[in-house]
Design a protein around this ligand. Structure first.
Ligand code: IPM
Ligand code: MG
Length: 367
């Protein structure tokens, strides 16, 4: 029977509502399986800006470092939109990713059988279902590369360009290798298909990605490897989403493609994520949906993405597979029983529940 310290960052918008309920779900798992989860609540994002004047207080980062895993709701909101780039709530996320060394972002995009009507694609395009694991590099590339402003020089006709802003995409072999290994390892436990998404027809950094993928792939002879340019990948995602298994890609391409993949499952309110660093270090788990300020505090938010993120935490950080299954099966049962939050109520024969009632149904299904 284990005992685990969980750093909890409720954050802004609907973050606190979905995270409170998720902690209750974890308590139910603890009761059933005889574990102890200790929750330490921490400030980050807009609420930290309001309380202590900065998005990621040092105390938050150090508490996260000491924890066994971090559970985060969401950060940001219109209230803080006018702050300069380096003081925005989103800086908390980047600071946590960098500060905890979370280089591997796992974003599963799954079309739940019970939610097939939520998929915006025509049935004929999703006959094989959708079960994609996006493996996004999270601590490198253009998000963290050299950036700034400088004088822009002139056009060939001599007219001045004015000031210029630049951001840099740079990847080292070691950074690429560690994320690629995560992808191949995951593929071994899945359908053994890796797609590497890049822009190797233009970008030198992408050409290095291909070299590294080629090298690593020789260690995984059972795994098939394909390379797609990112523009083509975004097209294939809506044409043959069922053909994808594991998709490995850079920070920026992964940001964009994971939203697209999320959308084709029809329910951003259902999507969990895990951000992992070196083995044995705390991972961070968060729903993909963000703060949804328009419905914050209204008990309308779908708690299932946060609850499924907690399941990922149990599976990946604590190696509690049975317990993770218990949460995922409970979510499946609640959906099969016809319960929906408004965001996933695509037909009128469902029972619509608020955040609290939906959470309670999941807890009931675990017990
Ligand atoms: C995400 C978000 C973040 C990102 C933002 C909020 C910084 O879009 O987690 O996908 O771009 O990584
Ligand atoms: Mg994003």
């Amino acid at each position: 029977m284990g005992s685990y310290n969980i750093a909890v960052i409720p954050g802004d918008g609907i973050g606190p509502e979905v995270i409170n309920g998720t902690c209750d779900v974890l308590e139910a798992v603890a009761d059933k399986f005889g574990h102890t989860f200790r929750f330490e609540e921490l400030l980050a994002g807009g609420s930290a800006i309001d309380t202590v004047g900065e998005p990621l207080p040092a105390a938050t980062l150090s508490a996260c470092r000491r924890s066994d895993a971090v559970l985060l709701g969401a950060v940001g909101g219109p209230k803080w939109d006018d702050l300069p780039g380096n003081q925005r709530p989103e800086q908390a996320l980047l600071g946590l990713r960098a500060g905890l060394g979370l280089y591997a972002n796992l974003r599963p995009a799954v079309l739940h059988r019970q939610l097939s009507e939520a998929c915006p694609l025509k049935d004929k395009f999703v006959t094989d279902g959708i079960d994609i694991m996006i493996v996004r590099e999270l601590t490198g590339g253009i998000y963290f590369g050299d950036r700034g402003r400088r004088a822009g020089g002139s056009f060939p006709d001599g007219s001045p360009k004015g000031q210029e802003a630049y951001d840099t995409e740079a990847y080292s072999e070691a950074e690429i290798e560690r994320i690629v290994r995560v992808g191949f390892d995951l593929a071994m436990g899945r359908r053994k298909k890796v797609v590497c998404v890049d822009k190797a027809n233009i970008l030198e950094s992408s050409r290095l990605w291909r070299e590294v993928v080629g090298r690593i792939s020789t260690e995984f002879t059972e795994v098939s490897v394909e390379y797609l340019y990112v523009d083509n990948a975004s097209m294939q995602l809506v044409r043959h989403p069922g053909s994808f298994d594991v998709m490995i890609t850079s920070n920026m391409f992964g940001d964009i493609l994971s939203d697209e993949a999320g959308m084709i499952t029809g329910s951003i309110g259902m999507l969990p994520s895990a951000s992992l660093g070196a083995p044995g270090k705390p991972g961070m788990y968060e729903p993909v949906h963000g703060t949804a300020p328009d419905i914050a505090g209204m008990d309308k938010a779908n708690p299932l993405a946060a609850i499924l993120s907690a399941a990922m935490m149990l599976r990946w950080s604590f190696h509690l597979a049975k317990e993770a299954d218990a949460i995922e099966n409970a979510v499946a049962k609640v959906l099969s029983d016809g319960y929906r939050t408004v965001d996933i109520a695509y037909a009128d024969n469902f029972t619509i529940l608020g955040t609290k009632e939906m959470t309670a149904k999941v807890i009931e299904a675990i017990a």
